[in-house]
Design a protein around this ligand. Structure first.
Ligand code: ADP
Ligand code: MG
Length: 220
């Protein structure tokens, strides 16, 4: 269960403090998926970073199954993220020198050489996203849609409790965006998912639809 309570975030630049988020609360139970829309600059990415243990809120608390990542030291916080959170960004962020299969396995490397099970799982995920014939390709040899599907397989390799997607189809053509949207609509039933998007089509696929309005979340 994800519980974000009364989250606020402001950035200070010189004498000025700019409020980005105020009093944002969001609760997700296992299996719940939500989309968030809202204008550019309204704090959507900031909220995802806060939920994912990447950026401490100025006020409020985030807990995942009762654990507050911001109460952990840096190393434990990184381990918490690696264990619990999958990220899918607008830019795929694949490592160009590694093959598709190696990219998908990178989050598993913190535990040492990936086990046979993990390698099987990586191949299965790549099969599910339609890339079983691209295992040895480098990211530079893939289309935009294929790169994003590889990034999704990578985000899922550690079976995260929470998948956070930041405009995952923002750079894709219509057909590739539809394919990624189909995959995001068919995630494991117990996974919690937050998808930030400008696409009404993608947003509409999720049972719970929110939007950022005046620094806070409201139901769309
Ligand atoms: P969105 O994802 O909705 O487009 P962001 O969360 O990226 O919005 O940004 C919200 C606001 O916070 C923007 O005005 C941006 O300039 C500001 N902001 C984001 N990150 C920082 C930072 N590290 N320092 C200062 N301001 C920031
Ligand atoms: Mg953003």
């Amino acid at each position: 269960m994800l519980e974000a309570r009364n989250i606020a975030k402001s950035y200070t630049a010189g004498p000025v403090s700019v409020g980005i988020l105020k009093d944002v609360s969001l609760t997700l139970a296992p299996g719940e998926a939500v989309s968030i829309m809202g204008p550019s600059g309204s704090g959507k990415s900031t909220l995802l970073y806060i939920l994912g243990g990447l950026e401490a809120p100025s006020a409020g608390t985030v807990t995942l199954d009762g654990e507050n990542p911001y109460a952990l030291d840096e190393a434990r916080q990184a381990a918490w993220r690696n264990r619990n959170i999958g990220f899918l960004f607008q830019d795929h962020c694949l490592l160009p020198q590694l093959s598709v299969l190696e990219n998908v396995l990178t989050p598993a490397l913190v535990d040492g050489t990936p086990s046979d099970d993990t390698q099987q799982r990586a191949r299965r995920l790549l099969d599910q996203v339609g890339l079983s014939n691209r295992l040895a390709h480098k990211p530079g040899e893939l289309s935009g849609g294929e790169k994003q599907r590889a990034a999704l397989a990578r985000a899922l390799i550690r079976q995260p409790a929470l998948l956070l997607c930041d405009e995952p189809t923002g750079n894709l053509d219509r057909k590739s965006a539809d394919t990624v949207a189909d995959l995001l609509s068919a995630l494991p039933k117990d996974m919690m998912v937050v998808v930030v998007t400008h696409s009404p089509d993608l947003a509409a696929r999720f049972p719970k639809r929110l939007e950022m309005h005046e620094s806070s979340l409201r139901v769309r």
